[in-house]
Design a protein around this ligand. Structure first.
Ligand code: SAM
Length: 288
């Protein structure tokens, strides 16, 4: 089998299939031969593990996953890549390619039809234009999923892996920490891709929690509060929530006092438990 990280091989494929890279689909293909075996090694494949891959491209990571996993299901939005993948993955009987959009496909039905009785992990070199929505969709759908190992933009990786209450935390770090335990695995230089992107990357692993890290009475309100709090991160929490959610300052001052949170706190000062307590307090207050 030809090496799919080889620039000559990629060029042959481009010519044979008349393929050109789509910026809109975030198409930067891996040409560093060390990255995919490392991702496949670290993504938690054990006996009877199935892998869901998002955006297989020409199949460079898919091959490495297929060598280790019982089954690989890969979702690719670009229909021009389907005939390419039929050729590059023809040696593997345990791979299924689905031409669909990861943001639209019914994930629950997919898991029921493809992964029944199996341990499932996600492993992917994500298209960066939808990193956060994809991660949130995978986590919010509450699938039977052990872990998510993905390549993302370096800065996004650092933000996701910053615990709540740390300086570079953000709404995405709080939201992801609610569902999963994130860890940064390794960095990948921009020269590892073709075409070369403008940013460096990193591989992160999210170990999905069996139950969320803290008790939240109303998840919709919790995420609304977290998002609004970080919208203007330089403002105090009171001013942010007053401005973005139209919550009365008096109620917010009262809530922070009862919860023992300083009234001058900004979003980045709050732990995830404090966000949960604030959202639970406000939920009870407005539902009395
Ligand atoms: N896995 C390949 C690699 O590592 O070389 C390609 C990774 S490339 C960064 C992202 C891939 O995701 C592309 O193949 C692109 O067509 C696909 N993609 C983009 N948006 C998608 C979506 N909404 N659903 C499924 N696949 C998508």
């Amino acid at each position: 089998m030809k090496r799919l990280t080889d620039i000559g091989t990629i060029k042959q494929i481009l010519i044979k299939y008349g393929f050109n890279f789509s910026k809109a689909f975030g198409q930067n293909f891996l040409i560093n031969p060390n990255v995919c075996p490392k991702m496949a090694e670290m993504c938690g494949i054990e006996e009877n593990t199935a892998v869901l891959e998002i955006g297989p491209g020409i199949g460079v990571l898919t091959c490495e996953l297929a060598k280790k996993a019982t089954k690989v299901v890969a979702i690719e939005i670009d229909k021009r890549l389907i005939p390419v993948l039929s050729e590059t993955l023809s040696d593997f009987e345990n791979v299924k390619i689905i031409n669909d959009d990861i943001m639209k496909i019914n994930l629950k039905s997919l898991f029921d039809s493809e992964f029944l009785g199996m341990d499932v992990v996600v492993c992917a070199n994500l298209p960066y234009y939808i990193t956060s929505p994809v991660l949130m969709r995978l986590l919010e759908t509450k699938l039977n999923l052990n872990s998510i190992t993905v390549m993302v933009q370096k800065e996004v990786a650092q933000r996701i892996c910053a615990g709540a209450g740390q300086k570079n935390s953000s709404s995405i770090s709080v939201a992801i920490n609610y569902y999963a335990k994130p860890e940064l695995l390794f960095f990948v230089k921009r020269g590892s891709f073709m075409p070369t992107p403008k940013v460096d990357s990193a591989v992160i692993r999210l170990i999905v929690r069996k139950t969320p890290v803290c008790e939240v009475l109303n998840e919709e309100l919790f995420f609304k509060i977290v998002k609004s709090a970080f919208l203007q991160r330089r403002k105090t929490l009171i001013n942010s929530l007053n401005h973005n959610l139209n919550l009365s300052k008096d109620i917010l001052i009262k809530a922070l006092k009862i919860l023992n949170i300083s009234s001058s706190s900004r979003a980045e000062n709050l732990s995830i438990e404090q966000f949960a307590k604030l959202s639970n307090f406000l939920y009870k207050h407005f539902n009395q």
